[in-house]
Each structure stands twice: as structure tokens, then as C-alpha cells.
Design a protein around this ligand. Structure first.
Ligand code: NIG
Ligand code: FE
Length: 411
């Protein structure tokens, strides 16, 4: 099956070869005006200026994209998409003044989601997550990472990871799985942290490795959750079984999680609301991607991530949604991109690169997705007629997406 998309007003993020972008490189977003794009069997074959399109070129399908901007689909490298129920009553508690930590202390937060998940069948969890996934695809998400972490015991964590595996098989887009057993201490181990860490390392991880249920090991490295030393032990146990770290770091406190992640050669360290000079220094020039989750900062009324400082320090940064029922009950990457421009002063070019190409690299999918590059998957967004690239983040909250293409087919 060969398709030719013709008369594209602007083809965005065109690159013959790619690598992860760092520092000032993010501000360069290559585009081609009045472009064509040839797709064969769901893979990008070639692109160029309309004037260079061979009129004799044969195709099964011609797609007229007059007036449309075409860009790579969003690559959302950090989500908690599998959960049983939403938590809007905590949202109201927060409006009334309770903090995220105070809600967690009274048994809300992650423990609340764990209780609900335990009462939800695998079938039901899968169905609910697939509904969410399909609505995210309509919003332009073309690859996604999903974490466990609402199980908090061997049986329930494995249940979550099996659900993620089922999503992997059923979804038309690439899905990566992270094991986040170390999300919080379950009530049974409130006074026995070593007992729970022992269950993670000696019970959960071997089973997960045996059944190949995860791609990454994640830990919530945070005061009141897992400290740096505990995070290190858990990550190293995962690494020994072939799972690279992708960790939650520096969300509520400058905990040392970033430095640890960089030292362990984590694929990414995520959140980064509270960065100190040392953490910024660690991330600059390291191969670990700093993934910023601005909707979590927005929803929890936290300071936003210091994107400009990180870019000036030559860090590689990505943007992701953190979709979860507690701190970011939306996986809309269009809003993530807008918010990063509005609140973190990222340029539209930087935000789009961070949410496409660098997001793909933050899932080790950079050779497969995230740009218009020959050989990559045709997971694309066709925007409605917009006056300029900057209009995309500027026009926040408005749905600018006309059509989404996954593997060469409109969904
Ligand atoms: O990434 N910070 C830890 N975990 C999630 C929130 C989980 C929840 O509240 O359910 C996050 O923000
Ligand atoms: Fe998260």
C-alpha cells in the first residue's frame, strides 16, 4: 500500500537522520513548505518539495493535504494510563487547602488508587485503559509509556503489568511498560520499609523478568516515599535483570534523585519541579533525558520545571503528560505543549521537538518515531488550517487536529 500526501502547507520536523536533541538544538525545528510525503506500508519512504514530486510517481492513494500542517504524532513517554477510577474528591480536598502529601498521609493518593485497583478485574482495567488510549490517539498521541504502581503487592503489580502487555498487543501504536512497584509503601509495610523493598527485589522483579512484563524500572524517589539509597538498590536490582531505569525524581523536593538517575545511566529522570544547582549540573551534558511534566505542576499548583535553565545548561529535555488520576488527570499532549510555552517559556519549536523526537528517545523509540524521517513509522498529525507553527501552542485548549494517521492509516 503506497500513499502520496500532496500539497502539504507545512511538513514539520523533517530530518534525514536523528539523534536526541540537547540545549540549543531544540530550537531548530526543520520544516518544508508546500511539501509532499510518500508512505509505503505504514512507513515514511520519502518527502520533499511539491515541485520535486515526480508526476509519474505511482500510488494506491493520493491524499490532498492542501492547507494542512502535517507533523509527527506526540510521543508521550510518561503515563500511568492503567488505573481503576478517577479521584476527583481529592481534587476538591486540594481546592479546600489540603496538600498532595497531606492527602497521601490520610490514606488518599496512590493508596486510594491501589485499593480501587485491587477491586477491579484485569478485563475491566484493560477496557478502561483502552478507552483512554483511543481518546489520546484522537488527540495525536502516537506512542506511549505506561507504568504499573497502583498494585503495591506481587499479585496486583503483576496484574497491572499483564494489562499493559495486553494493551501492547492490542494497540496500533508502540507501548512501553515500566515497573513502578516502588511508587509508595503499602499500608501493610508502613512500618517495615525493608520488608516491602525485599518483596520488590526478591519476589516481584524475578517474576517480571521471567515473564518479560516490563521494559523499565521506575521508583518514586521522594521524601516520605523512597529515599536515594532505597531507589538505588531497587534500580540496581532491575538493571541486573535487564531493566533500564526511568525514575520519578525531584517532584516535591530536591532529593538527589536526578544525580542518582544520571549516575545509573537512566533513560530519563522525570518531573524535575524542584531542581537545585547540583541537579542541573548533573543533567547537563549527560545522556539521561530530563522529562518535564508541566501538567502535574499545573494541577498541583507547584512551581513549573526550569526548562530555560535546563536548556541553557545543554540538557536533553522531553515533555510528557504524566496522565494519572492524582496529579495529572489528562493525557492531552496538545495542552502539555501549550503549557510548556506559556509557563516555562519554551519556544514553540523547542516544545514540539521535546514532545515528539525527544519523547521518542525517552522511550528508546527515537529510531522509529518522533520525526518525518525515511524509515520511521507514519504516525502523523494533520492539523486543521492554522496560520503558523506558533499558533499551535498559542491557541491553547482549542482542538486544532483535523485527522490522525497511525501506521499510514487515518483513525
Ligand atoms: O507522577 N508522583 C508520583 N506519582 C504520580 C502521581 C500518582 C498519583 O497521585 O496517583 C505522578 O505525579
Ligand atoms: Fe508519574
Amino acid at each position: 500500500m503506497k500513499s502520496i500526501v500532496h500539497h502539504i502547507q507545512l511538513l514539520v520536523n523533517t530530518r534525514m537522520h536523528t539523534n536526541v536533541l540537547r540545549g540549543s538544538e531544540l530550537a531548530l525545528l526543520p520544516t518544508i513548505a508546500d511539501a509532499y510525503l510518500i508512505i509505503e506500508n505504514g512507513i515514511i519512504l520519502r518527502y520533499g518539495h511539491m515541485q520535486d514530486l515526480n508526476r509519474e510517481e505511482q500510488a494506491d492513494e493520493w491524499i490532498d493535504a492542501t492547507g494542512a500542517m502535517v507533523m509527527p504524532a506526540w510521543c508521550d513517554s510518561h503515563t500511568h494510563l492503567v488505573f481503576a477510577e478517577t479521584r476527583e474528591s481529592e481534587f476538591v480536598d486540594k481546592i479546600k487547602g489540603l496538600s498532595y502529601e497531606a492527602i497521601a498521609t490520610k490514606g488518599g493518593g496512590i493508596l486510594n488508587s491501589a485499593r480501587k485497583l485491587a477491586n477491579c478485574s484485569e478485563e475491566e482495567l484493560f477496557d478502561r485503559a483502552m478507552i483512554r488510549l483511543h481518546s489520546l490517539m484522537q488527540l495525536g498521541t502516537g506512542a506511549i509509556e505506561i507504568k504499573s504502581g497502583y498494585g503495591l503487592n506481587t499479585e496486583q503489580e503483576l496484574k497491572m503489568l499483564r494489562v499493559i502487555q495486553r494493551i501492547k498487543s492490542a494497540a496500533p501504536i508502540p507501548v512501553k511498560a515500566s515497573f513502578l512497584g516502588a511508587h509508595t509503601y503499602p499500608l501493610a509495610y508502613k512500618e517495615n520499609h525493608e520488608g516491602y523493598i525485599d518483596e520488590i527485589i526478591n519476589e516481584m522483579l524475578p517474576l517480571i523478568a521471567k515473564e518479560k512484563l516490563a521494559d523499565y524500572i521506575d521508583v518514586f524517589c521522594e521524601q516520605g516515599f523512597f529515599n536515594v539509597e532505597e531507589t538505588e538498590r531497587i534500580c540496581k536490582a532491575g538493571i541486573a535483570l535487564g531493566l533500564k531505569p526511568k525514575i520519578h525524581a525531584n517532584q516535591l523536593h530536591a532529593s538527589g534523585g536526578v544525580q542518582l538517575g544520571v549516575g545509573l545511566q537512566a533513560v530519563s529522570v522525570d518531573h524535575l519541579e524542584t531542581m537545585d544547582a547540583d541537579a542541573i549540573k548533573a543533567l547537563s551534558n549527560s545522556n539521561t533525558i530530563g522529562t518535564l511534566l508541566p501538567t502535574a505542576a499545573f494541577f498541583l499548583r507547584m512551581p513549573f520545571q526550569p526548562a530555560r535553565t535546563l536548556l541553557e545548561a545543554n540538557a536533553a529535555i522531553a515533555l510528557a503528560s504524566d496522565y494519572n488520576p492524582g496529579s495529572s488527570p489528562s493525557g492531552n499532549m496538545n495542552f502539555v505543549v501549550s503549557l510548556s510555552c506559556i509557563q516555562m517559556r519554551m519556544l514553540p519549536e523547542e516544545a514540539i521537538n521535546a514532545a515528539t523526537l525527544n519523547g521518542a528517545y525517552a522511550m528508546e523509540l527515537g529510531e522509529e518515531l518522533g520525526s518525518i524521517t525515511p524509515g520511521k513509522r507514519a504516525n502523523l498529525i494533520f492539523m486543521k488550517q492554522v496560520p503558523s507553527l506558533a499558533y499551535i501552542p498559542y491557541s491553547f485548549g482549542n482542538n486544532l487536529i483535523d485527522k490522525v494517521m497511525i501506521n499510514g492509516h487515518f483513525i
